[in-house]
Design a protein around this ligand. Sequence first.
Ligand code: NAD
Ligand code: UFG
Length: 337
Amino acid sequence: MTVLVTGGAGYIGSHMVLSLLEKNFDVVVLDNFSNSSNTSIRRVSEISGRRCELVAGDIRDKELVKKVLMEYEVSDVLHFAGLKAVGESVEKPIEYYENNVGGTLSLCEAMKEVGVKRLVFSSSATVYGDVEKMPIDEDTPTGNPSNPYGRSKLMVEEILKDLVISDSSWSIALLRYFNPVGAHVSGRIGEDPQGIPNNLVPYIAQVAVGRLDFLSIYGHDYPTKDGTGVRDYIHVSDLVEGHLAAMKKISESPGVGVWNLGTGRGVSVLEMIKAFEKTSGRKIPYRFVNRRKGDVAECWANPSKAESDLSWKAKRNICDMVKDTWNWQVKNPNGYS
Ligand code: NAD
Ligand code: UFG
């Protein structure tokens, strides 16, 4: 059984590939390296002691995708490929819809034409928009995400649901990630943002290691426990285990399922800084600045549906997330470069 991992050289995809290889799946990665390089996959092969097929190419190249699906006798597709920078999506909406929506359509066409019908899609908690009542369960109506990136995820979810309505032999898992952070325990693979990080944890890690001077905290007057934004941070290794559980589920029952992948715990920006200072032994200088446009005050999951349907539950806590992020950052102060 071969699993195609689109975007497998990226942050979450590379952790997924490692876990699949360790579980004895055969894996083929398709990545255009627009936000990654082949170093992650080389390291994944070194850690696992197993070979992973790597195809440099784009999910929008339908003939290439068909060739890969047939040549490697793919049974399941884990679809991570896409663009993910919220701010950039506002500047470049066409690129985001083209890649995230157009790319997924092209991938599904290729899958349909060769008869591969099991798909796990990387969605996001952003599809819920601004929700008043926490925690968020899957019955919470999807909202109006405040940017093209979020809307592209919602559009893809709707497209995939329609696909299952049209042909019930498809099996599709829509996994709504909360805030993935952390790195593999080896410290050899991790998140390697290009340029200045947009997200909190990689930003703090770069302050701690001395690459950036201080953290700007976006807002200190939110109606939260300490006035700063609250999120549900989830260790990337827990997230990956959630995918394995979803793969198992959809292999047993066709149709479409939606699951939150979060821990159910909300952590504020100030709490995250404190945890990082404790683990790294470094001071994290910070300044309060205005709220960031489009940010919600708080967002955390009710993850109980994944626990009951998939028998999956996040096991790692904030200490583990910070420890593994710091280990990766110290061992790779400049990321993969
Ligand atoms: P990433 O940018 O590290 O990985 C995405 C990978 O896809 C990269 O290696 C990139 O080169 C590749 N790619 C992009 N467009 C492609 C295309 N057209 N064809 C082939 N390859 C392409 O991002 P990540 O953090 O690993 O995220 C993986 C998925 O999870 C994305 O779909 C993202 O939207 C989603 N997600 C991420 C987060 C997060 O905070 N990291 C949260 C929710 C959802
Ligand atoms: N924050 C700061 N300073 C920074 C960066 C972030 O104070 O330099 C704050 C934000 O205001 C927010 C919290 O830290 O309160 C978390 O922000 P992130 O940018 O790390 O994460 P978001 O919740 O904004 O968004 C992330 C991904 C989205 C995804 C969403 C839900 O970037 O793509 O999680 O999965 F949709």
